[in-house]
Design a protein around this ligand. Structure first.
Ligand code: CMC
Length: 461
């Protein structure tokens, strides 16, 4: 039957005309009061009111949810550069001022005074714990670090050279198979336990991935150690002799975990929330977050930074690297530079920069890559291309150098990021589960494909 005979009614004008930008509409608007913005499409004679939503800090937001219904337009914002996807009380970033707050506490203060476990408690529960609360939290996390023995055979299925992020993603996803049937997402205690299990087991899985890749026998988590020491033990202890933990290394790792613990609605956290919005199992949500984190534009940047520094090789070759990064045709970017939100120095980078010098000195590491990194940073900060685009070093520019000094292999860098970010992911997932305004995440699109056409039989094409 030819298409025309059962052609659909033409779509309403507003849905087919995708060409008119919202910008032209906005030129026709007036701010009616401090609470809403009135948007009028004078051509179609339609009006809508956009409520102005204000958080406790940050730019006000226009609530555009009624625009499609009232005006017949969707809004377009590729990469969500201007769109808030949720209300959240977990973290706050002021990108222009270089400010990062976890539950209101400046990252600099947490980096100086807190520990990763305390920060995880803070992110998950909203307040700093008392000693009793922290002890209880630590005890619960510690007693959920073990994995089911069946995980060993699951792990054996990976080739020795599998990337640890691929293994981590698979292993975390498989947790859903172990804790699915009895998980009632409407029960706050069960949700809390899922969050704790994730936080507790992710270092165990991460260390197991590393040991599998180098052919070492697995190590069970030790309950007498704190979160970071336990992880280092599982990573580096060999059966033949006890491991002497270096307190400088442990402190540095704890700091890196604090700095990476959350960063509001970044790509991986938004992924966790998007998957979470469907009611999926939290282990599957976090596995999806790991997949999103892996990309070099996000958490994979720490691995990419070190590879880039090694590729540059010598301080005298920094100028050539800068030129390549400025050449759009080279396909090369300065990894560890730039940030979607920070248009000022990333406050985490400032803390890590200082820590890198200290750690390398205290561990007695003389890494020539540090010299390359410093030269690169200096050159970029003086170069108009980077200055005019507000491209400053980000958290990942220096973290790889510390990981390297701690003998953590390059492929594990993003896994380290994932361990820390699990605290943020579960905090956001928990928050989303009780958000009365939460809906399944389902963006729109501007369709640019073929208009409706008739199927042509194979022999007539
Ligand atoms: N090197 C060279 N040029 C760059 C870089 C860079 N690292 N980053 C951005 N630019 C240029 C880009 O080419 C563009 O130039 P123009 O205006 O002439 O077209 C301009 O700066 C704006 O870039 P953008 O890609 O539109 O910015 P974005 O906000 O979409 O991207 C970013 C942010 C982090 C993906 C990007 O800066 C980047 O690719 N950086 C390197 C990767 C990296 O270090 N990622 C880790 C981010 S921090 C860790 C985390 O939170 O996950």
């Amino acid at each position: 039957m030819p298409f025309q005979q059962y052609a659909l009614e033409p779509l309403p004008r507003a849905q087919v005309e995708t060409g008119r930008a919202l910008k032209s509409l906005i030129e026709e608007t007036v701010v009616s009061d401090n609470k809403s913005l009135t948007l009028t499409d004078t051509v179609a004679g339609k009006t809508t009111q956009l409520p102005i939503l204000r958080g406790s800090l940050g730019s006000p937001c226009l609530d555009i949810s009624k625009v499609p219904k009232d005006l017949g337009y969707f809004t377009y914002d590729s990469g969500f550069t201007a769109t808030a996807s949720c209300k959240s009380a977990v973290a706050y970033i002021d990108g222009d001022a270089g400010v990062l707050l976890y539950r209101g506490y400046p990252i600099e203060q947490l980096a100086k005074h807190s520990t990763f476990t305390e920060v995880a408690y803070l992110l998950i529960n909203g307040e700093l714990p008392t000693t009793t609360q922290l002890d209880a939290f630590d005890h619960t996390v510690t007693h959920h670090t073990m994995m089911h023995e069946a995980f060993k055979s699951f792990m054996q299925g990976f080739r020795h050279d599998a990337h640890p992020m691929a293994m981590l993603c698979g292993m975390l996803g498989s947790l859903a198979a172990f804790y699915h049937d009895d998980l009632n997402l409407h029960d706050p205690e069960q949700r809390r336990m899922a969050a704790i299990r994730l936080l507790a087991k992710v270092p165990t899985i991460a260390a197991a991935c590393y040991r599998h890749s180098i052919g070492w026998p697995g190590r069970y988590p030790r309950n007498n150690l704190n979160y970071v020491d336990r992880f280092l033990h599982m990573m580096f202890e060999v059966p033949s002799e006890p491991l002497q933990l270096n307190p400088v290394a442990a402190k540095a790792l704890d700091l890196l975990f604090i700095l990476h613990a959350d960063h509001e609605q970044n790509a991986s956290t938004s992924t966790v929330r998007l998957v979470g919005s469907t009611g999926a199992n939290p282990y599957a949500c976090v596995a999806a977050g790991v997949a999103a984190l892996w990309g070099p534009a996000h958490g994979g940047a720490n691995e990419a930074v070190l590879k880039m520094l090694e590729e540059i090789g010598r301080p005298e070759d920094v100028a050539t690297a800068i030129d390549r990064a400025k050449d759009k045709n080279s396909g090369f970017r300065l990894m560890g530079f730039g940030h979607r939100v920070y248009k000022n120095y990333d406050p985490r980078a400032a803390i890590i920069r200082e820590m890198t010098h200290k750690v390398l000195a205290e561990l007695g590491v003389n890494d020539p890559m540090l010299e390359v990194a410093l030269r690169l940073e200096q050159a970029a900060l003086k170069d108009d291309y980077f200055v005019s685009r507000k491209l400053y070093p980000n958290v990942d520019f220096y973290s790889g150098l510390i990981y390297k000094a701690l003998n953590i292999p390059t492929e594990m860098f993003t896994v380290m990021f994932a361990i820390a970010r699990t605290a943020g992911w579960v905090a956001h997932w928990l928050e989303q589960q009780v958000d009365p305004e939460a809906k399944i995440g389902r963006p729109r699109q501007i369709y640019t494909g073929a208009v409706a056409r008739d199927y042509v039989a194979l022999d007539q094409r």
